[in-house]
Design a protein around this ligand. Structure first.
Ligand SMILES: Cc1cc2nc3c(=O)[nH]c(=O)nc-3n(C[C@H](O)[C@H](O)[C@H](O)COP(=O)(O)OP(=O)(O)OC[C@H]3O[C@@H](n4cnc5c(N)ncnc54)[C@H](O)[C@@H]3O)c2cc1C
Length: 281
């Protein structure tokens, strides 16, 4: 294995231009698993950890820009993230355990593209935008457009995640919901993970709802049909029941080592109901 250690973003982009097929390394919590399995033999690895430009959280007028090297610990402790994006802070606090949170980065979590990634439902409902760069230029991708399948992204060869931009949710939602369902409280990948935001009109009809589920399809899913159905309706037993059916029709869970498809179907619908009927926070 050859290890390259660029000191700046331009140097990193150049390293990928010169070494097509090189593997980016951020916190290493996913990459080191590959190393242990001997899958990096003969590979070039580019360590991104010295790139100062990709660190830090900058709060602006309309939202925050989170550098791709920001760790889960930094996210969950940052006052603006806690105030404006509590669902993301909650998700980061439930990733792996403290050592993983200290090393694992948001950019690595996104690029790894696990359907069970815990930051994905919050980033989906906050409608984050991922900023990518390569030696050929920069582009911005709506969060959901990044993912092509389990562990597959639409990032092009040599393209790296620089930052994630998250717009403030305005007006502030009446409800914000996050729930991770796993075998244990720590060191457990999600059987199902969900996040939701709800806005109500003065007459208590739904102005807007956003609900996203992880670990129930090849990529993160927004429950668009249920969201559309609820717009302009009151939350009654009938409307919530119909919306739950629509959520069930939008997911495609599988049996795997962590859970069964049947369990994931049932839990996903129940999480959606809990989101719609839970007390405002
Ligand atoms: C014991 C354990 C428990 C875990 N528990 C959880 C959990 O509960 N929830 C969860 O969501 N995840 C979990 N993970 C997965 C992992 O910790 C996260 O995905 C983490 O955020 C990865 O970040 P990293 O910086 O360590 O990525 P790395 O391991 O450095 O990289 C991950 C992938 O992303 C690529 N990459 C990294 N940075 C960039 C970039 N800037 N641009 C483009 N590509 C990039 C790498 O090439 C690699 O393919 C766990 C992992 C372990 C080992």
């Amino acid at each position: 294995m050859t290890l390259l250690r660029p000191r700046s973003a331009p140097e990193a982009l150049e390293a990928f231009e010169k070494n097509p097929g090189a593997l980016p390394l951020a916190g290493g919590t996913d990459v080191m698993v590959l190393w242990n399995m001997g899958l990096l033999n003969g590979k070039s690895v580019v360590d991104l950890s010295r790139i100062g430009e990709w660190r830090g959280i900058k709060a602006g007028k309309d939202g925050v820009r989170v550098g791709s090297l920001v760790t889960h610990t930094e996210l969950q402790r940052h006052p603006v993230i806690r105030r404006e994006f509590p669902l993301l802070a909650q998700a980061c606090a439930l990733i792996g355990a403290i050592a993983i949170q200290n090393r694992g980065t948001i950019g690595g979590n996104i690029a790894n593209a696990s359907p069970a990634a815990d930051t994905f439902p919050p980033l989906a409902v906050y409608e984050a935008v991922v900023h990518a760069a390569s030696s050929r230029g920069r582009r911005a991708l709506p969060f959901l457009d990044v993912f092509a399948g389990p562990k597959k992204t639409h990032l092009r060869p040599g393209e790296l995640i620089e930052a994630v931009e998250i717009p403030y949710a305005r007006p502030r939602p009446a409800r914000a919901y996050f729930r991770k369902v796993g075998t244990r409280a720590a060191q457990a990948l999600s059987k199902t993970v969900a996040a939701g935001l709800l806005w109500l009109s003065r007459d208590k009809t739904v102005a807007e709802s956003r609900f996203a589920l992880g670990s129930v399809a090849p990529t993160i899913r927004r429950a668009r049909k249920a969201e559309d159905y609820l717009r302009g309706r009151k939350l009654t037993a009938e409307s919530v029941g119909r919306a739950m059916e629509l959520v069930g029709a939008e997911i495609a869970p599988i049996d795997d080592v962590r859970s069964t498809a049947a369990y994931r179907f049932a839990v996903s619908k129940n999480l959606f109901k809990e989101f719609l009927t839970c007390r405002p926070r």
